[in-house]
Ligand binder design. Structure first.
Ligand SMILES: [Zn+2]
Length: 476
């Protein structure tokens, strides 16, 4: 594991056109686990935030009959509230309506090479959901594959960014893994997208279409920055790029490890657009882009129109905060979508947490108590979750913990210390329970980053030897 380095971890910044659901939550929890893991030996800055400048937000405010600024502030606070709700350890939460962000965006715009920007008339299919123009090849049955809403035909004069100038450089950076795109199938997908030829993209929109919401283009007040330049710049503006702050110098300019964590729907913008913009502005590049898959609900994409959206609070109400972290993390595999249903969540909670970790903790500590077992120093091997976490394999890392719980439970079932005590083989019972105790300690410390409150409770109970239920049974 890396040590004494600076590590900068960012999540995607979400649109605030609605309130956060479990899909938003799981990404933030994954990033939190990574941040907690690195913090054990490194200097970490962990950023999350919201994209408040998107046209989507303006349209959603209109629909809700609210003033845009009020609407945005209300929903942003719901996203910011995830910190408390899910016990996330952000160092900063960026609002893109902030002055610091506006100043940074303007600085970045002005840093772009003049030859990379040009104005042209453009007419095309536009998806408001994605906030981008679509080509025929992007569409599924005439619709955006990400959004069900019909596409608009939009014509206007915009600034364009000459992405084609960066095709060779981007290929080289990704092929040489100077920028790692993880998992590797996402890297390959990006490479073939770049090899297919890069088209220039729009980096501004008219003030009118933007409804005068967003960051004005420096020197051309009739244009507002297009969502991607503005949104992507958050990763540097949040650190104080506009005023060259120490945090910017430490974690970006001279940073050792810069990791963006995002969902698959916005991979292209991070792995291609963002890198090209940074190259044009002469800024340093991130090191890793981790692309997670999606959580589906009973096999379907979460959507307001289907009415199958699950909110983090609902899961917390049923299982508690740490268990919610566990359920969401363990439901999303590294390289494929994960599926949630209440039945699956109940089953996971009962098997892995109540009957798994909770029961092991309860039985080991009560037997040590009841039989007056003397504890000696017995060192078990740590559970190797760090390696999984640093490779973004969160569900797979938790699986290691649950496997270990299963092994210790089976060892106790096989050795039956209660029978050994009855037949006077006290030494044998003592050996088994000492081993179980030390394995339990390792389990508790492996949970530090996944379920910090549970880890803390377990450590206290391992000291006092007074077991308390960690995961209350749920009523079905
Ligand atoms: Zn779309």
């Amino acid at each position: 594991m890396s040590e004494n380095k600076t590590v900068y971890i960012t999540t995607a910044i979400d649109y605030v056109n609605s309130i956060p659901h479990v899909g938003h939550a799981v990404e933030k929890i994954q990033a939190d686990v990574l941040a907690r893991q690195y913090r054990q030996k490194n200097d970490v800055f962990f950023l999350s935030g919201v994209d408040e400048n998107s046209l989507k937000n303006v349209l959603a405010a209109k629909k809700a009959g609210m003033d845009t600024a009020d609407f945005v502030a209300k929903n942003s606070s719901e996203f910011e509230g995830l910190k408390e709700l899910l016990n996330l350890s952000y160092d900063k939460f960026i609002h893109t309506t902030s002055k610091q962000h506006f100043d940074g965006c303007k600085k970045m715009w002005q840093a772009l090479k003049p030859e990379d920007l040009y104005k042209k008339n453009y007419k095309g299919y536009y998806c408001v959901g994605c906030e981008e123009f679509k080509t025929e090849a992007d569409l599924c049955d005439g619709k955006c594959p990400e959004h069900d809403s019909p596409l608009e035909i939009v014509e206007e004069e915009n600034y364009f960014f000459k992405l084609s100038n960066y095709q060779e450089k981007l290929l080289e950076l990704i092929e040489n893994d100077e920028i790692e795109i993880i998992p590797s199938f996402r890297r390959n997908e990006t490479l073939s997208f770049i090899r297919g030829g890069l088209e220039d993209f729009s980096v501004s929109r008219s003030k009118e279409r933007a409804q005068n919401w967003g960051v004005p283009v420096p020197g051309d007040e009739d244009q507002i920055m297009y969502v991607w330049v503005d949104a992507l710049a958050n990763y540097i503006t949040a650190l104080g790029y506009s005023s060259d702050d120490d945090e910017y110098k430490k974690f970006w300019l001279n940073g050792d490890n810069i990791t963006h964590m995002i969902g698959k729907g916005i991979m292209r913008f991070h792995a291609v657009y963002w890198i090209a913009l940074l190259l044009s502005a002469g800024l340093r590049l991130p090191k890793k882009i981790y692309v997670h898959e999606y959580l589906t609900i009973d096999g379907k994409k979460m959507s307001k129109s289907i009415g199958n959206v699950i909110f983090p609070q609902e899961i917390i109400d049923r299982y508690g905060r740490d268990a919610t972290r566990y359920i969401l993390l363990s439901s999303l595999p590294y390289n494929s979508d994960g599926d949630l249903t209440w039945e699956k969540m109940d089953a996971k909670y009962t098997a892995d947490l109540c009957n798994g970790i909770g029961n092991l903790n309860q039985r080991v500590l009560s037997m040590i108590n009841r039989y007056g077992i003397e504890l000696h120093t017995f060192e078990s091997d740590p559970i190797n979750t760090a390696e999984y976490i640093e490779k973004f394999k969160f569900a797979e890392g938790l699986e290691q913990v649950i496997n270990s719980v299963g092994q210790v439970n089976r060892m106790i079932d096989d050795e039956k210390p209660w029978e050994k005590i009855k037949s006077g083989e006290n030494k044998a019972a003592e050996a088994t329970l000492n081993q179980a105790y030390s394995e339990l300690k390792q389990i508790a410390s492996s949970l530090d980053v996944f379920m910090p409150e549970t880890a803390e409770k377990m450590k206290i109970q391992l000291e006092t030897l007074k077991p308390e239920p960690l995961f209350p049974r749920i009523e079905s």
